[in-house]
Design a protein around this ligand. Structure first.
Ligand code: BGC
Length: 766
């Protein structure tokens, strides 16, 4: 122990002296980097091969289960130096205990990384990422990540497996809940916001955590939306649509990257040298370390590119996967591979160096316990300011999908029937991947409504239906860890009771959707309607003639064709986290005017999937009534609700677009102006979106691409001129040789409140 601190202080002193000698910050940075490299290299020079391999082994604790395998003797591994990091362990006491085993029992006293899936908050749970994305409020998202970092670090964690930045166009895939939706531009801004929030600008600060960008790469494009499935994709599509958010997160300084489970064109990501080395290291200059996903190295055998663990390890290691998450492959094979000369000691040292540098940057060599802080945990976790912000974030994430005759907002008077399996429900409100979240502290919709109206209105409640009566699905969900208990009443009894309740009310707030266990990992659904038994309840209530407000809780876009045709008001609330019920009541009663806009298209029918706004035109674009054009016989091409869509309780009117010039040269800035008027009767927020279309290019281009947006607050009656600036950089495309550049020609520019309803103009790039 004494030894450890003495080497550290010598090197730190050296670093500080160098810093003092250099006045300029770049020089200071270089010299502190050289002190870091000197320290880490010196440490590596003292390590045995077993100690080195131990640093590349990441093990789960038994506190939480996030994958198929478990190693009971992880404590022994820590003490023996066979482990560089632990995940699924949190809480000051436990983390302190594990850390002390590493620093006190091992020869070189190297501290552990403590990782966890902090995906949308740690203890204060924010809306699922797909929901937060619908706020389009990148500073709020960064702030949510900052709060998550503050809580997670107080709880002992120094590493989060987030952000998940996989672009997704297939709502059957359950993991769309964890990402930002379908758009590369917005997805990139959100990726950056998360990294900024987690890491701040000094990783050594005890209130930061290191980000881990995942799942590298293209996991969101798994075939048929089926979990862990393959991906087959052109380079063009990768670079145009799927890779930008990962790149943005890396440019923002993310300290680590997690390789994906899926294969990419025949080579699994975890063994993909082109991906993990050529692209990530050489092209993008990534300086952190790469960790595999859970057990992904042995799974290379199932993929069919390795005959045994030796071959799997060799392929993964040579591709650039440096830390093995719970696969126990490196720990069992790397030594022999090095001894046989199949992997060089230099390559092993490089991987170990990347991991140790991360620990150094996190300040762990200086103080391995720097984040574990009982007092801070006590003070900070779920403090009132954090809950307040969680409520704000939650209401910004809600999307109003329909509001016929301004049924919403409701008055806090009369009799309101709150009905449905998600009404009096705390568990589901915090959504998937809320590992450390305590659902007992979540606010249900019913509770939120009761609190909001006090004794001014009468609130009735009925369950109405189970989450699902599909017994096979229920059995599966419960076997995978859900805890769903169907009511002892028959479905008919439940419906009768609900109908009787509705009859006594002036309005029905109907809370339907999915259980949180129906989205997230290993939760693909082929049928993405609201479960059938819930739809039966809805139809029975519809038949009463009572006005219905449908409040949806779910982790993916659903097919809502019937609902849209029949139900007058529909509110998409996703899973909003700890403050769900409060936020929903705020919107239901108009204490907050909804402002969220969808970041994933809602299909008209499952058969349309993938359906996304930035599609290509084809040689025969759809023309109604013309046979030989690209369309379906039975349904429209357009989604039910498009990307960028969301209503408000007020109305925003857009003027036509004004361009300050018709032609621009490559160095010019084009100003695009539009007047937006709030011509409704309440104040509100509008998300003004700008899209472009390159009419004729070297390769075919999407019909629209989001290039900018502004989130503006307008008082009722107010008009604001919104101004966007476009430069040639915004017009760049990958040509047929995959060179990025802007081509001269005519461009359409569209501005509107969603990707469908827009004003247009055009200009020429000379
Ligand atoms: C998931 C990752 C997660 C990891 C650790 C995997 O199964 O794909 O997203 O970070 O488990 O829990």
């Amino acid at each position: 122990m004494r030894y450890r601190y003495s080497i550290i202080s010598t090197w730190l002193l050296l670093g500080i002296c160098c810093m003092l000698l250099n006045t300029n910050t770049a020089d200071a940075q270089r010299s502190s980097d050289s002190a870091m490299y000197a320290f880490v290299n010196h440490l590596i020079s003292q390590m045995t091969i077993d100690e080195k391999i131990g640093q590349l082994n990441l093990l789960t604790s038994d506190m939480a289960v996030t994958g198929p395998s478990m190693r009971k003797q992880y404590i022994e591994d820590i003490k023996a130096g066979r482990c560089g990091g632990i995940f699924n362990a949190y809480g000051p006491a436990y983390v302190r205990h594990l850390q002390s085993l590493a620093v006190d029992s091992t020869r070189l006293h190297i501290p552990l990384l403590f990782g966890f899936d902090v995906i949308h908050g740690h203890k204060t749970i924010f809306p699922i990422p797909l929901a937060m994305a619908c706020s389009w409020d990148t500073s709020a998202i960064a702030h949510a990540a900052r709060i998550a970092a503050t809580e997670a670090s107080a709880d002992g964690l120094n590493w989060v497996f987030s952000p998940m930045v996989d672009i997704a166009r297939d709502p059957r895939w359950g993991r769309v809940a964890e990402g930002a939706g379908e758009d590369p531009y917005l997805g990139s801004l959100i990726a950056r916001a998360f990294v900024r929030g987690y890491q701040s600008n000094n990783l050594a600060d005890s209130q930061t955590v290191m980000a881990c960008v995942k799942h590298f790469a293209l996991y969101g494009a798994v075939e048929a939306g089926r979990e862990y499935n393959i991906v087959d994709m052109s380079r063009r599509r990768m670079f145009e649509d799927y890779l930008p958010p990962y790149h943005a997160a890396i440019e923002a300084g993310a300290g680590s990257v997690m390789s994906a489970f899926n294969e990419i064109n025949g080579i699994p990501a975890t063994a993909n040298h082109w991906l993990l080395t050529n692209l990530l290291r050489h092209k993008w200059h990534f300086k952190g370390f790469v960790v595999t996903d859970y057990n992904a190295i042995p799974e290379l055998i199932n993929h069919g590119i390795a005959a045994d663990t030796f071959q799997a390890s060799k392929l993964a290691f040579q591709a650039g996967a440096e830390m093995d998450m719970q696969g126990l492959a490196y720990i069992h094979t790397l030594k022999q591979l090095v001894e046989q000369g199949q992997i060089s000691m230099d390559a092993l040292d490089r991987a170990v160096r990347d991991v140790l540098i991360a620990k150094y940057r996190l300040g762990l060599f200086e103080d391995p316990y720097n984040r574990i802080n009982e007092d801070r945990a006590q003070r900070e976790i779920m403090s009132p300011d954090k809950l307040r912000f969680a409520r704000e974030m939650a209401r910004e994430s809600i999307v109003l999908l329909k509001n016929e005759n301004y049924l919403l907002p409701l008055k806090k008077t009369g009799t309101i029937a709150v009905i449905g399996p998600l009404a009096n429900d705390q568990r589901d409100m915090i959504g998937c991947w809320s590992g450390a979240g305590d659902w007992h502290k979540a606010v249900s919709i019913l509770e939120g409504i009761r609190e909001a109206v006090g004794n001014r209105a009468k609130i009735l409640y009925a369950l109405g239906a189970n989450i699902t009566d599909d017994t096979a699905m229920l059995r599966r969900l419960n076997a995978y860890g859900a805890d769903i208990h169907p009511s002892s009443q028959t479905p008919q009894q439940l419906i009768q009771e609900a109908v009787a309740t509705a009859r006594k009310a002036d309005v029905v707030v109907l809370c339907l959707g999915e259980s949180e266990a129906m989205s997230g990992e290993a939760a693909s659904r082929a049928d993405i309607h609201i479960p059938e038994n819930q739809r039966e309840l809805m139809k029975a209530l519809y038949a009463t003639g009572k006005p219905i407000v449908l409040v949806l809780s779910n982790g993916r876009p659903l097919v809502l064709t019937w609902e849209n045709a029949h139900i007058p008001a529909i509110l998409e609330t996703w899973f909003l986290g700890t403050e769900a019920g409060h936020a929903i009541a705020d919107v239901l009663f108009g204490d907050y005017n909804p402002s969220g806009k969808l970041t994933m298209s809602f299909p008209y029918a499952v058969g349309q999937i993938p359906v996304y706004y930035n599609h290509k035109n084809t040689g025969r674009p759809a023309m109604p009534g013309v046979k030989w054009t690209s369309k379906y016989l039975d349904i429209p091409n357009d989604p039910l609700y498009p990307f960028g869509y969301g209503l408000s309780y007020t109305h925003f009117r857009y003027s036509s677009i004004r361009l300050d010039r018709q032609e621009i040269m490559p160095g010019d800035v084009l100003h695009v102006r539009v007047d937006v008027t709030n011509d409704g009767d309440r104040d509100g927020i509008e998300i003004v979106q700008l899209y472009i279309h390159d009419r004729v290019a070297d390769v075919t281009q999407p019909v629209k691409q989001l290039k900018a947006f502004q989130r503006i607050y307008l008082k009722k009656g107010e008009t604001r001129t919104v101004e966007f600036s476009l430069t040639a950089k915004d017009l760049q495309i990958y040509d047929r040789h995959m060179h990025l550049g802007a081509e001269p020609g005519v461009f359409d520019v569209y501005v509107g409140g969603n990707s469908r309803d827009v004003q247009s103009a055009s200009f020429t790039l000379q």
